[in-house]
Design a protein around this ligand. Structure first.
Ligand code: TXA
Ligand code: MG
Length: 326
């Protein structure tokens, strides 16, 4: 990536256009976060419902103070521990954040990504950058420039930074006084947050009293082909199946295509390769149905299974309904 192309991309952002850019989690579709018209283009291009707020990306700690209120020691501590990195902190928004960014919520999600191209783009643009994942709403998240172009062919500019190293979206937490709530599991685990904030009440995302983040929708991140979680008791797969496994010992089935996210069940590798494996199956003409192995729901496994279950949800429901009707 040349400085020239980052400068050109920054000019597009300054002029109210859209730029897809790499981050360590997934690729983002960015616009000037302080320009409501630019932000509106994101919703239009993604076909994203207006109730789903955008994360604002920053490159310096100073921007945290201009975008939000309610910054306390806990917030500063989380930011110092995990930024730049895959953690989004939801805080009361300041008046300069347009309502379209937060979908009318009084809060704003802020993150400093750990990717030099992203940070340089934000610096050169001279503004915070609002960016959801650069995919059509509900479809697979992109972890390469190719994945972005597949779903969003009309984006003004795609900065190519190779494959995203983390591979799943950031952990989202909200912080209010001495309470911290996990809104979306991610690479940074509940245990990591608890360790960083030993004197704070940390609530798990799995027990929300109400839907506080649209990221908690049951169905999300879906491939265009039916996806099912492999059932241990399934002894054979239908024709034209593709199978995603996480350990090369786990081969009990015949399939048209097999993709390993890891050879050894390493969860960091599984997270990094998960969306790329789903994209590859989606693009493979010899695969009609995709089956994916479970991972143990512990530590990073919680975020991985969260993405897998959401990706499979609509297809599992359809299969259930068909069985029920017939
Ligand atoms: O890793 C990531 O977070 C990537 C990269 C590009 O930074 N971005 C990303 O954005 O995953 P998106 O829009 O696909 O998911 C952001 C989630 C949405 O589900 C949204 O509902 C939630 O963050 N969110 C944003 N602002 C929020 C707020 N004020 N309160 C609660 N949830 C919020
Ligand atoms: Mg997304």
């Amino acid at each position: 990536m040349t400085n020239q192309s980052i400068s050109e991309a920054a000019l597009i952002i300054k002029n109210g256009g859209l730029v897809a850019f790499p981050t360590e989690t997934v690729y983002g579709l960015g616009a000037n976060a302080l320009n409501p018209f630019a932000a509106a283009k994101i919703f239009e291009m993604k076909e994203r419902p207006s109730f789903d707020p955008l994360i604002v990306h920053i490159a310096s700690f100073d921007d945290l103070a201009t975008l939000s209120k309610g910054i306390n020691e806990n917030v500063m501590h989380l930011a110092k521990c995990f930024w730049p990195g895959p953690l989004t902190i939801v805080l009361l928004k300041s008046d300069i954040v347009p309502d379209i960014i937060t979908s009318g919520l009084p809060t704003v999600g802020i993150r400093m990504p750990n990717n030099e191209i992203a940070l340089e783009l934000i610096r050169k643009s001279g503004c915070p950058i609002a960016a959801p994942s650069a995919n059509k709403f509900g479809q697979l998240s992109p972890v390469s420039a190719h994945h972005v172009k597949k779903q969003l062919p009309n984006v003004d500019c795609v900065l190519d930074g190779g494959n995203s190293s983390v591979g799943i979206e950031s952990t989202i937490v909200s912080v209010e006084g001495n309470f911290c709530r996990l809104l979306r599991p991610g690479f940074i685990t509940l245990e990591d947050i608890e360790k960083a904030l030993p004197n704070t009440f940390v609530f798990d995302h799995a027990k929300p009293e109400k839907m506080v983040s649209p990221g908690l929708l049951k169905s999300h991140y879906s491939p265009k082909k039916p996806l099912f979680v492999l059932n241990e008791f399934e002894n054979s797969l239908p024709e034209f199946s593709g199978m995603i496994l996480h350990n090369d010992c786990d081969l009990h089935y015949k399939a048209n295509r097999i993709i390993y996210t890891s050879q050894t069940g390493n969860k960091i590798e599984i997270a990094a390769n998960l969306f790329a494996a789903l994209h590859a199956m989606e693009e493979d003409e010899n695969v009609e149905n995709i089956y994916i192995e479970r991972v143990e729901e512990k530590g990073l496994g919680i975020a991985i299974m969260d993405r897998i279950k959401k990706a499979a949800y609509q297809y599992t429901q359809q299969a259930r309904n068909t069985r029920f009707m017939s």
